[in-house]
Design a protein around this ligand. Structure first.
Ligand code: FCB
Length: 484
């Protein structure tokens, strides 16, 4: 079924989204680009991590990935064919200033800037609005060697890099997202170690939290200097945290996790302070002396928009130590070791159904988080900057990918977004993760999130049924009741 056939119906969709709602897709540099040693790019923490035996499933690396660096024109053409209105991609820092070190940014690599410049021109020519994430986890390895996000110099260099990107591309990019999911960078990178750089130091994870917040604040100011007309946003993977029971102990566990995943990022950036309970909860791990005088004013920069990434809910239970700690939640982020000062919290298995990641499917969390953000930050535009599902896709004999499971997931989650808008949330857009199957971090190529299938042996792209379905949603501006 072609998008045009599917959009032919004259009637308005049952769930119509507001006029001007942005329908997008999202990717990230290391997950799709490949070409890791081309045009002056130097290694990022993910190059080093993925090349370390045992770190990534199947020994997979991003060396080639989707070869998007060479095939970006084809990928933009697919988005144009699907009618996608906006594309959220990320800029690889090691392409822009490959010689960066802790004390100096180093020269700008024109070949690196040029790649993104060509990509942006290609998007604009296709009528697709670019939205650029400045940091989607590919930190230059040289900075990690000097301490990475535990070192405040990383935040300072990040702001300088952000200024370079905004000054070179800000004439054509209307939205810059400073960071993607700093929770993952800090806790998965420095506490549980399942992401690069693979460190398991709870105190370092909290230092990373602060320096990521600082990086966001400094970069926001830098982008505003270099591209005053651009909108600046921050993307967080906020958790819809639910206690396993009505007990006081479970409620306390839920409050702790809400503090460490949600409020430790939201409060400093939107209110200029760290939550007192988080400082107290983590006092045995760190004294937070890495927060210097004046930092919180720097972090507290009003954002034009907030991006929410949502996949799955979070269920927590107090653990009293009498039985083995339950860490069976399929939502990898829930791995207890990711949480500093949460030794007495467990993350039990959640009810199904599950995606191929083992993540519990529950669109209520998306609705709840959007409504919460709208209540707490009524003046801020909200975007769902990622949402999607990994499914065990196969190319059928007819050459198509029949991913009804993904369509059902997307339908339910878009309905939740629609409900949040009905309930008053200022949700301005939705970016489906992901345009393409890609390198899914520690899972390598074993998990497929794309609405476009990628055959990694041939780099052949095949639009899945979900891609055609999404094209229909975009063309109609909403969901039909008759859809699955
Ligand atoms: C998010 C990441 C994104 C992708 C999805 C599945 O946490 O931001 O890069 O891997 O999960």
């Amino acid at each position: 079924m072609s998008p045009t056939q599917e959009t032919a119906g004259p009637s308005a969709p049952a769930l119509a989204f507001p006029a001007g709602f942005v329908w997008g897709t999202a990717t990230a540099s290391y997950q799709i680009e490949g070409a890791v040693a081309e045009d002056g790019r130097t290694p990022s923490i993910w190059d080093v991590f993925s090349h370390t035996p045992g770190r990534v499933a199947g020994g997979d690396t991003g060396d080639v990935a989707d070869d998007h660096y060479h095939r970006y024109r084809e990928d933009v053409a697919i988005m144009r064919e699907l009618g996608v209105g906006s594309y959220r991609f990320s800029v690889a820092w090691p392409r822009i200033t490959p010689q960066v070190g802790p004390s100096a940014l180093g020269p700008v690599n024109e070949a690196g800037v040029d790649f993104y410049s060509r990509l942006v021109d290609e998007l604009l020519a296709a009528g697709i609005t670019p939205a650029a994430t400045l940091y989607h986890w590919d930190l230059p390895q040289a900075l990690e060697d000097a301490g990475g996000w535990t070192d405040r110099a990383t935040a300072e260099r990040f702001a300088e890099y952000a200024e370079v990107v905004a000054s070179r591309l800000g004439d054509r990019i209307g939205t810059f997202i400073t960071l993607n999911e700093p929770w993952c960078s800090a806790y998965l990178g420095y506490a549980s170690g399942v992401h690069a750089p693979g460190r398991t130091e709870p105190a370092s994870a909290l230092a990373a939290v602060h320096h990521l917040n600082l990086a966001h604040g400094l970069a926001t100011a830098a982008v505003r200097r270099a591209a005053p007309q651009a909108r600046v946003a921050l993307t967080l993977n906020l958790a819809w945290v639910r206690p396993a029971s009505g007990s006081e102990a479970d409620a306390a566990a839920a409050r702790r996790v809400d503090g460490l995943q949600n409020r430790v990022f939201l409060d400093p950036t939107t209110r200029g302070s760290y939550p007192a309970d988080v400082l107290e909860d983590t006092a045995s791990v760190t004294d937070w002396s890495f927060v210097q005088d004046g930092d919180l004013e720097l972090v507290h920069q009003p954002v034009d928009a907030l991006g929410l990434n949502y996949y799955s809910p979070t269920l927590v239970r107090a653990w009293d130590g009498t039985s083995p700690r339950d860490e069976s939640d399929g939502h990898g982020d829930g791995a207890a070791s990711a949480w500093p000062a949460c030794e007495d919290v467990e993350f039990p298995r959640q009810p199904g159904p599950y995606t191929d990641m083992g993540w519990s499917i529950d669109p209520r969390g998306l609705h709840q988080l959007l409504v919460r953000l709208a209540r707490e930050l009524p003046e801020v535009d909200l975007y769902v900057t990622e949402n999607g599902a990994a499914c065990p896709d196969v190319v059928s004999e007819d050459g198509a990918v029949h991913d009804d499971d993904r369509i059902a997931y997307l339908q339910q989650h878009l309905a939740a977004v629609h409900q949040a808008i009905e309930d008053g949330a200022r949700v301005r857009g939705y970016y489906l993760w992901s345009l393409l199957d890609n390198f899914e971090w520690a899972y390598g190529y074993s998990k497929r999130f794309g609405i476009v299938h990628v055959d990694y042996a041939t780099q052949r792209r095949t639009v899945k049924d979900s891609g055609r379905w999404y094209a229909g949603v975009v063309a109609r501006g909403g969901l039909d009741a008759s859809q699955p």
